[in-house]
Structure formats: C-alpha cells, structure tokens
Design a protein around this ligand. Sequence first.
Ligand SMILES: [Zn+2]
Length: 386
Amino acid sequence: MLELLWLLLPAAAASGWIAARRSADTASRRPPERDPAYFRGLNYLLDEQPDKAIDVFVRMLEVDGETVETHLALGSLFRRRGEVERAIRIHQNLIARPTLSREQRAQALLDLGLDYMRAGLFDRAENLFLELRDTKLLQEQALEGLRVIYQQEKDWEKCLQVAEDLESIGGRPLGLERAHYYCELAELARAAGEEDRAHAMLKKALGASKDLSRAIWLQAALEIAAGDYKAGARLLNRIAEQDPDLVPEVLPQLVECHRRLGQRRELVALLEGLLASRGEPAVLLMLADVVQEDEGEPAALRYVAQHLGPRPSLASLLRLIRLAERAPNAVVPDLMPVLRDAVERLLERRPAYQCAHCGFNAKTLHWQCPGCRRWSTIKPVRDLDH
Ligand SMILES: [Zn+2]
C-alpha cells in the first residue's frame, strides 16, 4: 500500500494547495470538502482497505474533475499490482463521467482495454481498442493492443492488417512479425492441402523479411513433400549456410534428400564441410551414421575417434564408447588417449563454481556473486550437475 500512498500524497497536497489558493482568491469558488475525503481515502489505503478507499476516491471524482490524472495513475497502479478488478472499477467510473476531455476519455479507454487484456477478457478489450483506432486517439497503443490480442487468438489475417496499419502511422518496422504471420498462414494452408496458397504465403513472408529461415524451411518441406528432393536440398543448404544454429534441426531432412538423390559423396562432402566450419556434434553423429551404414561399425569407430576434435560433446563421446564396445576387435590407433583427451576437454569447459541463486558461472570461488551480488550463493559444481 505504501506505493499507493506515495502516489496519492502529492495529489492530496496539491489539491489542498489549490483549495487554499482559491479560498484566498474568492471564498465562493472553494471546492466542496475535498481534502477531508482525500485523507479519509488515504486512511483506508493505509488500513489495507483499498475497496473503501476506491469508493471514496470515486465519489470525489464525481464532484471534482481535477483528480482525473490521479485516478488514471491509481488505476494503472492497481493493474500493475495484478488487482485487475479494482483497476477496471476505477477506469469504468472514469469513462462514465460526461465531463472528461476527449484525451482523458481516450486514455481511460486505453487503460480499461489493458485491464481487460490482463483479465483475459479479450473481446471486450478488442472493442475498446477498435473504438480508439477509429477515433484516431492513442492509435499506436490501441493498434499494438489489437496486435497482441490477435496474436493470442491466432487470427493471422487480422495480425497482418494491424501490423500494416501500425507501420503506416509511423510505428516501428514490423517486417519480421509480418513474415511470421505469413508463415503461420502458409502452415495452415499446407495442413489444409492448399499447396499453391502455401507457396504464395511463403513468397510474401520472404518479401516481408528477406532470407527468413523459417519461410525457406517451409518451402523446403513443400518441395520434399512434392518429391523434388533437389529443390529441397538446395533450400535446406541455404538455411545451413545462413543460419548455422539451425544445422542440427535441418540435418535429418538434408540427409534424407541426398539419400533419395543417391548422392552419398556429395552428402559426405557437405557434412564434412559443416563439421570443419562449425565442429557441430550433431554433424559428427550424422557422419558416424553414414559411415556405419556404408562401411560398418569398425570404420565408424575409427571415423569418430579421428574427428572428435577440440570441442567434443558428451553425445559424440558416448557414441565413440558405444562403437568401441560393439567393435572390440577394431584396430583404432590411440583410442584411450582420444577418450582421455575428450574427457579432459569436457571437464575444462565445465564451470568450477556456480551461483545457486542466478546461475552465474565462475572459475574461482567468489564469496559475493558477481552476477546477482548475493553473498554465499556461489558453490563448487559437483560433476555435471549444472
Ligand atoms: Zn548470483
């Protein structure tokens, strides 16, 4: 409640000051008993009786239009604190007043819309935001509210419309968002068996956000489903080149395309290129599969041992151990040093100390966490439990 008190004290002081100044001017223009009511409201707030306090403030509003801003601030404060019903009551009372200025009414409508959104009453919020959009007051905030609602409702057509409206009134660029809306529409079209529409939506997505990997990936899926593995592989390759983080994700489809095309040599060259540039564990595991399939387990074992590299992963180390188990007679030069080296590198990468509160990783024991500044929260990490 202290927060509310700080908000209202200046208002009370100011209204007292205005009242005093006015009574000095002309006794007849003195507003009716304003200050006692304010302090009664404050007392209710301090006694943790916010509903009685709201009653007092709302009644005061009926007699005094100068406290509109305070009511707006009080309403927002209740909403921020998660007391949405109280915020709604305050804003509804404000809107019901006939003497509000256009701007004040718009602000109260926007706030009430935000209250409704917070309460999950999206259709009511939508109506208020639509009204604001049409009156062209607080348009940007209203459109942003609509965009959030339509995203929540997965109404992608309306999302697109609102995003375009927002951009046209000079809001921030929403190319990435629009591209994802088109991708959503493309996925729906694909699920409904409308390939042509899906392709058209993806073209628009790439027009809104050039090279968006999601759109290219969806294009690849359409090509693969249509049996065009060559086009599929080309698109997936493009994703692997421009977005290396997605390599593990697109890898299975990429391998499948090359298998269908019977391009084993191209596939191995491609995978080795990816392994050399990124050292991606998923790529090494995929290569191990290919080698194992074509040349058997001893060959796969030798391959993994040779390519474990300077950044081994637990998954590739496990693969190596399993292959060694299954092919005990395979001749692998220096298998034990390779294993030892991999474990040493994994241990080196592991943080020695970690904050139990914020997860900050440290090489040495700090008594105060450099991340969250708490004391005695940094503990030694045991084995791999981080
Ligand atoms: Zn910390």
